[in-house]
Structure formats: C-alpha cells, structure tokens
Design a protein around this ligand. Sequence first.
Ligand code: FAD
Ligand code: SF4
Length: 861
Amino acid sequence: MTRKLVVVGAGMVAQRLVEALRSRDLEGRWHITVLGEEPRRPYDRVALTSYFSARDPEELALGDASLWDDPLVTLRKDDAVVGLDREARTVTTARGRVERYDHLVLATGSSAWVPPVQGADLPGVFVYRTLDDVAALRGYVEELRTTRPVVRGAVLGGGLLGLEAAGALRALGAQATVLQVGTHLMSTQIDLGGGEALRRLVNDLGIGVRLDARTTRVRPHRRGGVGRLDLADGARVDADVVVIAAGVRPRDELARAADLKIGERGGVVVDDACRTSDPHVSAIGEVACIQGACLGLVAPGYAMAEVAADRLLGGAALFPGADTATKLKLAGVDVASFGDAFAQTPGALEVVWADPVAGVYKKLVMSDDARTLLGGVLVGDASAYASLRPQLGRELPGDPSAFLLPEGGGGAAELELPDDASVCSCNNVTAGTIRAAVTEHGCTDVGAVKTCTRAGTSCGSCLPLVKKLVGTELTKQGIAVSTALCEHFALSRAQLYDAILVAGTQSFTDVVARFGTDPAARGCDICRPAIASILATTAPAHVLDGERAALQDTNDHVMANLQKDGSYSVVPRMPGGEVTPEGLITVGEIARDYGLYTKVTGGQRIDMFGARLDQLPQIWKRLVDAGFESGHAYGKSLRTVKSCVGSTWCRFGVQDSVGLAVMLELRYRGLRSPHKIKLGVSGCARECAEARGKDVGVIATDKGWNLYVGGNGGFTPRHARLLAEDLDTETLVRTIDRFLLYYVRTADRLQRTAPWVDEVEGGLDGVRAVVLEDSLGICADLDAQMAQHVASYEDEWAATLADPDKLRRFDSFVNAPETPDPSLAYTPERGQARPATPDEVAAARRGEPVLVAGTTLEVRS
Ligand SMILES: Cc1cc2nc3c(=O)[nH]c(=O)nc-3n(C[C@H](O)[C@H](O)[C@H](O)COP(=O)(O)OP(=O)(O)OC[C@H]3O[C@@H](n4cnc5c(N)ncnc54)[C@H](O)[C@@H]3O)c2cc1C
Ligand code: SF4
C-alpha cells in the first residue's frame, strides 16, 4: 500500500529528498506531497546572486522539471503550513488545506535574522534570502537611480552573505559599505590575518568596510525610505538602501508549537537518522539541529536528505558529519576556508604565506608533526582549494609550504587523490565516484560526469578538480580529452574558427544556430567573447556593431580599461613609442583639462587614468582630431611594438628598429586574437627593447633580422625562442604575418603564444614548418587574410565618434545622461590625482582633514 509522505518547505533540501526518494523507491511505496510557501518550485538559493545577471527566475530552478510531473509527487506552491497536529498526523495550510501524513519531513530552512534595531522596518531595508527579496532589492535600487545620481548602499554583516550582497549592490550601480560588528570580515571562517587581506581586496572592488561597527538605529530620509545609520560609537553612515545579512535563524516555529524538541539555540533536534523527538516526523536541512548545531550550508542539508530518503525505504543510513568548507562567491575576491581553519586541534601547527602587495594570505593548519592537513584559509588566491580540501585528514606529500607558494614557485608534489577523498562536498561525491563515471559509466566529458554524479552542480568550487580528474582518467583510458569550447559548442576554439571561416558565418546567432549544441542557446561568458574575437578576423566589423557589442568583455564594451574605482583609462596608440612634441602637448593638455593621472607604460606610450565613462567620447574627440587613434589597450589584440632607438641614433645599432616597429604596429593594429599580443624590435644584439620578452621579438643582425616567438612577461615569464635567422625585411614581415594568424586560428581561448607554441602540433618545429615551409598548405590563405586585415582596418574610436547610436553607451547614467558619476573621488599624490580609498572617502565625509576631490573639482598640485 502506498504511504503518504508530506514535506513542509519546498527549498533546496526538500528537492534533494524528493529526487533521492523517487530515484530509489522503484515500487512506489511513498506518495510525496511537498508544501512550499514560496510561489515557485525549488530553486538554487546558493546561486541567488546570479539572479541580478540572469534576471529570469526560471534559470535558477533546480533539477529536472519533470520530477514534479511524476504521479507520485505533488507540489503545492504559495501555501504555507501554519499548523501541525501530531496526534491526528495532519498539517494545515494557510489556505485551509489539511494534509494527512504517515510520515512528515520538516524542511523549512531558515529565515534571515534581523537584529532588534529601531527603524529596521523602514522601506529601503531588505534581507537577502529569497528570490522575492532580491527582486524587491533590485527594483528599489533601480527606482532610486532614476531620481538620485548616486545610491548609497550599506550592508549590515561582513560574513559570506554580506559580502555577496555588497557585490550585488555594486553590480546594481549602487555604492556599498559593509558594516561588520567584529574585528574582521568573515570572522566565522577566517582568521584575523586573512580578514585583513580580505578587507584590502574588498576595498579594491570599491566596497567600503567598517569594522567594529554596530548599528543602533536606522533613520528615515526626509524624502522617504532610509537615509542614515547610527552606529554604537556615535558615527553615522549615510545610506539610501540597507541590506541586512547578519545571520539566519531556523524556521522551527511549527515544531515549537507542536512541542517537538528544540535545540538550545533553536532548530528541531534530530538524531543521526534525522528523526525528531516524534518517530513520525523528521527534519532536514537548515531547520534541523543535528549533532548539536544548525548548519547553514547546503552540503550537510543534502547529506540529511539522502539519510532521510534511505530511512524512509527501511535503510540504516546515518548522517556522516558536516563538511563546513566554504568558498566566497564574490567576483574578483578569492576566499576559501576549510577544516580546522582556526587551528583548534591540540598541537596544531600553522604554516602561513602572505604577500600583502599582491593581496594574498594563505594558511595551512597541520598536525603537530607537520604532515597531516587539518584545515586551511586561502585569501586572494584560492586556486589550491579544490585540490587541498579533499586532502583533509590525510598526509600531504612533501613540504606543506610548497602548496602555498604561487604556482611554479613551490614545486608542490602533484596530489593523487585517493578514491574515498571527497571532491564535491555539496553533493558528497568522492574522487572514486568521478573516476567510476568515466571508467564504468562511459562518461567522456565533464558535462556528462556532472550529470552522472552531480559533482560540481551546486556551488561549483570543485569544478577545476573534477575537470582534472576526468582528464586524467580519460587519458589513462586512452580516450581523447574533450576540447569542446564550452557546453554550447562541441568544437574546440580552433575547430570552430575553421568552421566559421569555411562557412562564412557572420554573426553569433548564426554561429550558434549552425555549430552550437543547442541552436537557440544564448551562449555564456566563455563562448560569447571567444566568438566575438573569431568573427573580428573572419568577418571584420566594428566591435560595437549590432549584436557584436553584446558579446564583448567589459573593456571592449566601452573601448577603455575599467579601473578599480570605476573610472577608465585612455591609451592612444604611439606606434613604436614614437610621439611628436605636438602629440605630447595634446596629451598633456587633455590630461590637465580632465584632471587625469598620466603614466608612461611599459609598452612605450602614455596612459591617462581617471576618465569618467561620459568623458571618454570628449577625450577621444580631441585625440582623434590631433591624429591619434585607439591603442587597443582594452582588447585581446595587438598592444604595442616596443623598440629601441636603433641605428638612427644609437652608435651600436645595425638596423632601423624604430622604423620597423612603427611599420609592424601599423600593420597589426586592431588584430583580435585569443589573448593580447606584444611585439618588440631591438636594433642590435644588446637587446635594449627586451624583444625576447615578447610574443614576437625581432633583433637586428648585420645581415637582416632574427625572429623570436613565444615570449612573455607576467606570472610565468618566458623568453621567446628563435624561429628564423637573418631574414630580410620582406620575409620577416611575411613570416610574422603567418605566425600571428596561425596563432589566431589555432590557439585556445585566452592562450598566449608561449603555451600555444608548446602545445601546437610539432611545437616550435611544427610552427616553423607551417609558416616557413608551408607544410599545411595554408600560407596563401594566411597571407590573403592578413592583407584583408590591413586593408579593412579602421580606427574604432573615430568610427564611434561618428555614430550617435554607439555614443549612447557612454552616458554615465541611463536616466540622467548629463549627470556624471559622483561616486568617483580623488586625492592628490606626487602632484597628480589618484583614487581616494574608501576609508579616505569615509573620513572626508566625517569631516576629518582628508583632501578628497569629487568629479567636479579637479585636483592639481
Ligand atoms: C544568497 C545566499 C547564498 C548562499 N550561498 C551558499 C553557498 O555558497 N554555499 C552553501 O553551502 N550554502 C549557501 N547558502 C545557504 C543555502 O542556500 C542553504 O543552506 C540551503 O538553501 C538550505 O536549504 P533548505 O532546504 O534547508 O532551506 P531553504 O532553501 O531555505 O528552503 C526552505 C523553504 O521552506 C519554506 N518554508 C519555510 N517555512 C514554511 C512553512 N511553514 N510552510 C511552507 N514552506 C515553508 C521557505 O519559504 C523555503 O522556500 C546561501 C544562501 C543564500 C541566501
Ligand atoms: S639594442 Fe642595440 S641598437 Fe638598440 S639601443 Fe640598444 S645598443 Fe642601441
């Protein structure tokens, strides 16, 4: 006989319970009724912040929608359970429905805790828990932005959620200041050292932070809504919108009213089988107080759902204990904490590595013999998180400090994970399960492994490790590792490039329709800019033309480089580093008139920092009128050709390095590529232009030019290697043409020339054979394509200035085109203006003597 299971709450953990039960209850022993108070089916609360970019609640929906069409499953939305009668074994909903149960599962989660602060109920104060909460917050901020040039946001709480909310406020175009009651950010997960590094990183995103800041009162604005916060130390913080992210409280009200056992700090007490004090009632997820605590993470909730499902079918599963590892989801700030992060295990040793300049703090907590990993904190660079966390409780091979140093610096041993190591803690998936997905279930790519095992389908922080495990396993099986560009294209970037070239496809929509896995897909952050870059060389058009504008990365979008304070930098091209006195005067006058900070770059040109979005067209108008053009400092494209003065001036020079550099820069300007490209030309072997540090380096010889390829600076510096010697100028240029286009056509996205030369078929010898001996028979094509590039080049900025449609994207505020962004503030330093730090801005607002100039007041020495 079918028994009746009622689940109260239609959240993440309820969804997992229903999935688990339906997949195992093959005889249909249970009919499940899920009663949810929210007006939608369960959705991914962990990914709530992505609602601001997706804007479609459906995109957050969890699992396969067909689950709810199962005849043994009923979902009732938008109807809260208001009463529980344990004697009668019934629950009553707000709409008056009475449901009888044989077994009841409480999965009511938590609600946001609002501290008892006067004014916390004013319009403009929000919590951050449900889709309706974030939709209301977005609507409020957008509405404010139509009437106020700047919206000041404050977030009460500097934990995981508070920082995520602050990032969301910034994304909505509001200012954000985080008010943290304790001594440092994320104090539940990371130590003081990590907290300090995190504060700097958060400041760098333009988010202010106030520590030891307890709000005592929220005061109204004279025009309605909130206007100000009063702090316990007497300070005040102006705020037009307030987000409370001060913690959560379990939704145990039904259980309390029905006299179920409640934990000391709330939550429905359950045993390791997830049973409450009533054998007919279980509790799972955030509402459950298990092993003495309510756990505010989804991974232990999912583990409880699995236990409950097993028990309902007569199994003996027990809660395995909680993995409380966490990773912050704030774009641009990498933070992870796992295991015994505070070194509370007796005798625990802490191994710390910090680079305050780079904003990195890393700590491993080791057992007293420094061998077994007990926990860790990673701030600023959490790349090691995915591979270190599964090693918890295990011996690390080699010196622990090697795992903390930047990549390549420590010589850390490769971690071979044992089968029982947990890789995805959200879904409790081990390394062995992932390997088995490849070896036993025939999965041949990460997407298939995700579907098969659920690994990486929740917070996603384990995906790099899943990818690595899958790649290793496929290689062991002799199966080619998938090189698919992303889930929307089964082709690699190189294959897609060829397909687009041959088919002559002109737009992203057509590319998806012809070559995508789903012809109606809208693409993702991986394939959209990659295809924009491919189309730029196969079907050249202005970077902001029609659909192409929407494909571009942030910088290309406005043809300027976004800086940390939200302003932009302007870099006109100065081919070969050459500039006339008149050109210098123009640049100087512009910088003076707009109060821009100027700096000579490593690429031998002048960068002007601090321009507002709405100023970019005015600045470029003056530059273009003076004969300058875009320097493409924002693009994945040719940046500069650096040169020494060469034989024209130098006593040692044997060739005209400046003349060649200017010619090369004008030839390759605007060439879009998988990554940025830099060239260098030196007039003799003394190499003053450091040409061998460039993607393409040319060094003059008595007989002509030596050509080097595959060099770069950056994180992993590489010297370029010799491709050909003593070339005459014509052969040199033709060889560079072919080298660059062969790279543009075949490299992976974001792959620089150095790794590409290593990985392309035949390595450097293979490249040599292709570009000098035409071993693939493509040189005529490459030559023709470069000729087309040179002939079709147009200055992007000049073209933009001539097009009112394109100019519209430079309005500072969509609703107030004339109003500059007043959130920009500067302070003088060494005779120029630099961005004021959030602390300086806050101090200036408090009336302290800090010289901060807004956008209407230029700063001059
Ligand atoms: C913005 C945000 C980011 C997060 N990020 C992470 C993260 O990175 N990693 C992580 O592990 N966790 C994260 N979490 C926490 C994670 O979302 C929760 O741990 C998880 O959702 C808990 O699932 P649950 O089913 O127990 O509760 P919930 O998902 O809250 O679901 C409970 C549901 O029950 C409903 N309900 C309550 N009472 C009743 C009633 N009487 N009748 C009917 N329905 C009722 C509620 O309306 C709700 O829909 C985040 C949470 C938020 C808000
Ligand atoms: S590289 Fe040679 S030619 Fe160029 S500046 Fe140095 S010494 Fe002179």
